[in-house]
Design a protein around this ligand. Structure first.
Ligand SMILES: [Fe+2]
Length: 316
């Protein structure tokens, strides 16, 4: 804990504040001030989201505008948080309102903000499902999709992203763009080091053995990839993980039972915690030392939730 507190002190935030999330002090809660938001809004108003989509370098320009407003303390703090295994996650929210009415323009502002944040910590990968550097998708009461991503009424089990692609997925950004008639459905988080059974699975003979991973059709990813669940160690020799129950394709009984036991252990682990994301806020996690999921919702005919996600790799 001393290390976590030191991180906050040395960053000397300007134009934002930092607190530790009550349910788990690894998670850093970053709040941009109303002045920061107003200045950011004014400095990027010239660029609609479409401009950011067409010209990748504008995404960095937007990120730099935000960082400059904070005297370049925000980028430093966010990167230090992501590079420190003991934290590796932040929830970013803001005070005040941009000078924009609710609706699509407000959503555009939120997308520009998450674009800035994402480009301060790395570079988002192309999202094959949505065809852009980010994905927007809606969760409704009824859904017939072929994965649990958009299905409301069941818990989406704890997992890492990027299991079935070849690109590195060092971080995941999840942003709430809109919500109506929603009860439940909080994000679930479990740090790999807080998982009670980590040693049991990390010391298992299959821990470093390649597993085949595929994806359902909707993901628009045809090829299969192979990697171990514990595919690498970080700079301090601690395990990085890539696991998701739905997309693992075990080739024999031994692999099948190893993965089955792992999924069961993760679901029964009591060290996870819930995070509620109000509209406009985002959660950013180091994908290889955090597992994430989503709690189930209460059914409602007009239930709707719009989300944005960016998944990317670190560039420094
Ligand atoms: Fe995910």
């Amino acid at each position: 804990m001393t290390a976590l507190l030191r991180e906050v002190e040395t960053a000397q935030p300007l134009g934002f504040s930092v607190a530790l999330y009550a349910a788990n002090k690894r998670l850093q809660v970053v709040t941009l001030t109303a002045e920061t938001i107003a200045a950011f809004d004014a400095s990027i108003a010239q660029w609609p989201v479409q401009a950011l989509e067409y010209k990748p370098f504008l995404r960095y320009a937007v990120a730099d505008k935000l960082d400059a407003i904070t005297g370049y303390t925000l980028g430093k703090f966010l990167n230090a948080t992501m590079q420190d295994r003991n934290t590796g996650a932040f929830l970013l929210q803001y005070e005040g309102q941009p000078d924009i009415a609710a609706g699509e323009l407000r959503t555009e502002f939120d997308i520009k903000l998450s674009t800035a944040v994402s480009h301060l910590v790395g570079l988002p990968n192309h999202d094959a499902m949505y065809g852009k550097y980010y994905a927007r998708f809606t969760v409704l009461n009824d859904d017939n999709s072929d994965s649990y991503l958009r299905q409301a009424h069941r818990r989406m089990e704890l997992h890492n992203d990027g299991t079935y692609v070849n690109e590195r997925t060092d971080y995941v950004l999840m942003q709430k763009l809109g919500e109506a008639h929603m009860e439940g459905g909080d994000s679930l988080l479990l740090h790999v080091d807080d998982w009670a059974d980590l040693d049991k699975f990390y010391r298992h003979p299959l821990a470093k053995k390649n597993i085949v991973w595929g994806a359902p059709k909707s993901k628009n990813v045809e090829t299969k990839v192979e990697h171990a669940v514990f595919f690498e160690e970080d700079k301090n020799g601690k395990p990085h993980m890539l696991f998701i129950d739905q997309f693992a394709e075990p080739q024999n009984m031994t692999e099948g039972l190893y993965l089955y036991e792992m999924g069961k252990s993760l679901e029964e682990d009591e060290n996870f915690f819930r995070v509620r994301l109000p509209v406009g806020t985002m959660l950013v996690i180091q994908n290889h030392c955090w597992l994430h999921g989503r709690d189930k919702f209460v059914a409602h005919p007009q239930l709707s939730r719009e989300l944005l996600r960016q998944r990317g790799h670190f560039t420094r």
